[in-house]
Design a protein around this ligand. Structure first.
Ligand code: DAH
Length: 337
């Protein structure tokens, strides 16, 4: 017993100077583990006489208590010290200047939209806006697309009650602008439009830009339109592109044209992207049809209008081949812009 008590006392001395978790644990095993000194001493109590047992037992209990209180105090001390050093190591200095090469530049479609707006606002076009939910009159009727007209088929959309629908193009904003102001008008607008479409090159929601110029008198002609749009296309795609006006049909313009640019992927020599024609269609335009002016009560005016898909311009400008990648919030694509 004397020997064991001495061993325990020695261990307690060691325990007092312990300063890490591992040493603490090995001392705990040494003193009170399954084969520890105290455990051994208690099991040897059976071998001594009743009187001695009482005395030695009390002594052992006192040693055990001393060990326990010392052990838990040490444990707390060490844990606190560990926590402090961990906190010090993991400290975040929020005042540190954060240098990064990951700067958000905005979505590519919105970058293109802003480029378009910059150009036209620079030419004194006013920026207009209109609602996503339109009525039949502004979206179709006033634009010379009567009920049952086959042109409605191409713009099938999502309908609400009472002839309300999600606008299929930004052209109704032309109508609203003319209803609210007198000529002269020079306006541009951009925004989301909706159609029942979904594939590689069509999405149920996409963005358009619309422009309208109207003046009193009959002097606004195709030459004005051609000049503005040719300059615009070069501003977007560079001076090197060739621009082509191809006769076309829209109910709200007469005459109408579609504008093609020389294919930027093959430089006009013909490839898969341009179906070996050397050209890509990018917008529709024309001289405003007299029935549109009639619908808004304008008399003795002339004007031109144009409309384009912003996603399409974005895809051509930056060589993106799947329209759907714009809406999938895949950072690997968006980060490239
Ligand atoms: N609204 C037409 C569309 O969605 C685009 C368009 C073509 C607008 C010719 C115009 C225009 O203003 O003159 O397909």
């Amino acid at each position: 017993m004397t020997e064991i008590k001495k061993l325990i006392a020695d261990s307690l001395t060691k325990l007092r100077s312990v300063n890490n978790k591992e040493m603490l644990e090995s001392l705990r095993i040494e003193i009170s583990g399954k084969k520890g000194y105290i455990t051994q001493a208690f099991s040897k109590l059976a071998q001594v006489g009743a009187n001695e047992k009482k005395e030695i037992g009390a002594e052992l209990h006192a040693l055990k208590r001393e060990f326990e209180s010392l052990f838990y105090a040490k444990k707390e001390e060490i844990e606190l010290k560990d926590l402090e050093s961990k906190l010090k190591q993991e400290k975040i200095d929020t005042s540190l200047f954060y240098t990064t090469n990951f700067v958000s530049n905005g979505h590519p479609v919105y970058q293109m939209r802003d480029m378009i707006i910059d150009y036209f606002v620079g030419l004194n076009f006013a920026l207009q806006d209109g609602p996503f939910i339109e009525d039949d009159f502004h979206n179709f009727e006033a634009l010379n697309i009567p009920k049952y007209h086959p042109a409605r088929d191409m713009q099938d959309t999502f309908y609400f009650k009472d002839s309300f629908l999600l606008r299929t193009h930004t052209s109704p904003i032309q109508i609203r602008t003319m209803e609210n102001t007198k000529p002269p008008i020079r306006m541009i607008c951009t925004g989301a439009t909706f159609r029942r479409d979904y594939d590689l090159t069509h999405s149920p929601m996409f963005h358009q830009c619309e422009g309208l110029v109207v003046e009193q008198g009959d002097h606004i002609g195709f030459a004005h339109l051609k000049f503005i749009l040719e300059q615009f296309v070069k501003y977007i795609f560079g001076d090197g592109v060739r621009v082509r006006f191809r006769s076309s049909f829209f109910p709200f313009t007469e005459p109408s044209a579609e504008v093609d640019v020389s294919c930027m992927f093959c430089n006009g020599s013909g490839c898969r992207v341009c179906s070996y024609t050397g050209f890509l269609e990018i917008l529709g335009c024309g001289i405003v049809d007299s029935s549109v002016f009639k619908a808004v009560g304008y008399k003795d005016v002339s004007g031109y209008a144009f409309g384009m898909g912003i996603e399409r311009l974005t895809m051509l400008k930056w060589g993106i081949n799947d329209l759907r990648s714009f809406y999938e919030t895949d950072l690997r694509i968006l980060e490239q812009f």
